[in-house]
Design a binder for this molecule. Structure first.
Ligand SMILES: [Zn+2]
Length: 408
């Protein structure tokens, strides 16, 4: 592997420190090996040298809640008219776009077969490192059960290709389904424990899965050294999740102060997803049942994020983008910045997510010894966080020390 010398950058290392101008960073064997004043590091003979010309150098962005496989929402033709080939190509598109937009590690929040993570890891698709959940686990009639009331026929997953919801009831079925996802390579198990916006049959306030059912998934995840992430909008569903040992609460849009404190005390994470609500409400094809639920959630999300922050809960960053050609993923950081400020919104999408992924020793900051997942940004994200939205503002993306995008 050739080494890489990045000269004369403004370093935003995402440890929380202020940006530092005139910095050079040396990358050897896929890792950051030296950080010094510009011009102070001699390039090894084999090194590729990049003149950063004062641009911002920062760790690759991360997204804790992607749905690369959810290509049907808002798609031109209904799912049943799409071929498998078309599905795979749409998913691959989403994967490539995320990397082009500066994202070097993402956690899929359900619906993506872990085979896509393998395809990236083996270099068959150039994309961000993917931490897959495989299929969602949902109760009958829950957020992941997309059947019309007039059929009992569920869509079946095709292992290695497509991961549909697993509709499971009772602790034993949950246990088996969790084990199956882990067998296929899930890095965490995803459960739907409250109602959701995009599902037809469940009220938002509905409680999905009992505490013993959730606990069965948590036990199996723990047995494999993994954890459970739970889709949970309401305080009551978060209460059940906390009781059962869930580590990552997705959306959390109707939180209360007591649960916010317990999330902090239990060292759990909150992953609010803010930008998707605005996008969905602008979408003309949004079903009426979803529109009402989205408006309800949107009205309370800002308060919930502020509550979580006041309680000291760790706040990760997830976009929840849906559909084919998922673009402008960084818009989540912009909407989050309105609530947390630019610095904390950026740290949430780097450093905090790294801790959530249990990868804080490898990614999330630019420090000596860390993986060289690095991006070069045209502009100053702390002054104008909006620069993180457009792929054209990322002329260079490096993943694991390898230049995977070079538009300089
Ligand atoms: Zn989601």
């Amino acid at each position: 592997m050739t080494s890489l010398l990045l000269n004369d950058a403004t370093l935003l290392d995402c440890t929380g420190a202020d940006p530092r101008p005139y910095v050079s960073v040396l990358v050897e064997d896929g890792r950051v090996s030296r950080i010094g004043d510009a011009g102070s590091i001699a390039a090894p003979t084999d090194a590729q040298t990049v003149d950063c010309a004062g641009r911002t150098l920062m760790p690759g962005l991360t997204d804790a809640h992607v749905h690369f496989g959810a290509v049907d929402t808002g798609a031109a033709e209904p799912a049943e008219q799409q071929s498998h080939v078309s599905y795979v190509l749409n998913v691959a598109d989403n994967i490539r776009i995320a990397l082009d937009e500066g994202f070097t590690t993402v956690r899929d929040a359900g619906g993506l077969d872990p085979a896509y993570a393998v395809a990236v890891a083996t270099g068959q698709i150039v994309g961000p490192r993917i931490l897959p959940s495989g299929s969602f686990l949902t109760i009958t009639g829950g957020h992941g059960d997309h059947r019309s009331p007039w059929t009992d026929q569920a869509e079946h997953s095709i292992p290695g290709l497509v991961a549909h919801s697993e509709i499971v009831d009772g602790a034993d079925e949950v246990r088996r389904a969790a084990r199956t996802q882990l067998r296929r390579g899930a890095t965490q198990v995803k459960l739907m424990v409250s109602g959701g916006v995009m599902s037809p049959n469940d009220p938002l306030e509905s409680i999905q899965f009992s505490v013993p059912e959730i606990r069965a998934a948590v036990e199996e995840a723990h047995a494999f050294g993994k954890y459970v992430m739970a889709h949970a909008h309401t305080a009551a569903s978060i209460q059940n999740g906390l009781e059962a040992g869930v580590r990552s609460f997705e959306h959390g849009s109707m939180l209360d102060e007591e649960k916010a404190k317990r999330i902090a005390q239990q060292d759990a994470f909150m992953v609010p997803t803010t930008v998707i609500l605005e996008l969905l409400l602008r979408w003309e094809g949004m079903p009426e049942f979803s529109r009402q639920k989205a408006e309800l959630v949107l009205g309370q999300t800002a308060d919930s994020v502020r509550m979580a922050r006041a309680a000291g809960a760790k706040i990760g960053s997830g976009s929840d983008l849906l559909g084919p050609r998922q673009r402008r993923r960084g818009a989540e950081i912009v909407t989050k910045a309105k609530l947390l400020g630019a610095m904390d919104a950026i740290l949430s999408a780097t450093h905090v997510n790294a801790e959530l992924f249990r990868m804080e020793d490898r990614i999330g900051t630019v420090e000596i010894g860390k993986d060289a997942d690095l991006i070069l940004v045209d502009g100053q994200p702390l002054d104008d966080v909006g620069v993180l939205v457009d792929a054209r503002n990322f002329p260079l993306v490096v993943r694991g020390g390898v230049v995977v995008k070079d538009a300089l």
